[in-house]
Ligand binder design. Sequence first.
Ligand code: SF4
Length: 371
Amino acid sequence: MQILRETKLEGLRLARKVGRQKVLEILLKKKLGGRGGANFPVAKKWETALGVKADERYVICNADEGEPGTFKDKFILKNNFETMIEGLLIAAYVLRAKRCFIYLRGEYDYLREELEEKIKEVLEKSKMKVSIEIVRGAGAYICGEETAIIQSIMGNRGSSMYKPPHPTISGLWGKPTVLNNVETLTCVPQALVYEDWNPDYRLFSISGDVNHPGVYEWELGVKMSTILDVVKPREKIKAMSFGCFGGIMPVKKSSSVSQETICKGNCQHGAFSIIFIGERHNIVDICLSIAKFYTYESCGKCTPCREGTIRLVNLLKKIKSKKVNEGDIKLLKEFAEHIQETSLCGLGQSCGNHILTSLKYFKKDYMRYIK
Ligand code: SF4
């Protein structure tokens, strides 16, 4: 696997040798984008923070992967953490940052002692005068969002803030702050060191109705038939859900899996977590379960999301009770669209994706409940 290649501080040595500007040029040329979903060029993000006049800058590693069905960052933390720390140090070097943070998902706290040991070892070897502090998240889904992480690290309640200003301009304690996730930072030294590093190799978290769930690495554009051959479905697969937030679409063996094909299907690939859904499931049940998750995780700061997520659950429950007509399905769609358009952060803006895409592809499952 490309992501498991170790760089043993060779990337950091190279970065210091060629200088900041050259590092940015290489990362841009190698097309390294953020692996959280947006694929925004890493070099551009770093360049923006570097361009802000400030006496201090910070780097945060987002290790708070809370998306249901996503576990690829945990895989890296366990199997190639030293390379990730090296990526963090390269970011600190480029940004002239003296303090770095790893915002660790609360559920991964059992890894913490081991991670702290490794941080100490790598820091000693690197001889860099930088601190790396692990901050434990308390389990809120919303704290995977960058402004919420920043609030949480500063000791405030972890909730999203309006943007702009973006954290690269004004983040932790009002200073320019760069956030990258575990996979992105691990790719930094790998992209610098290995000539043949390929930006299209991605980690996929696979779960659901398959015999071999787990973390896999495939090149974007991989055929769905290849994926299914490897993960071995337990039954005929009818759909795939991209975590909770990315929507639901049908599975076609002949299709390929890439950013383009997923977006074309009105879904969002995010961090490439695929939950396979077998034939025996009614998609309305899956949507209800996802809607309950959103209701639970809504931070309550803005009205459309706070109130709307509850309405979506109630409407889906009503549909399941078979006491509805087609007008309720229309209302469900309108609610989902309205909440997405008017919510403050990514949670509310994505909470209707599963409903809207399931209505597009699996309306039959809804119609079963209509009188
Ligand atoms: S969209 Fe939801 S999670 Fe985001 S700020 Fe509003 S209430 Fe909180």
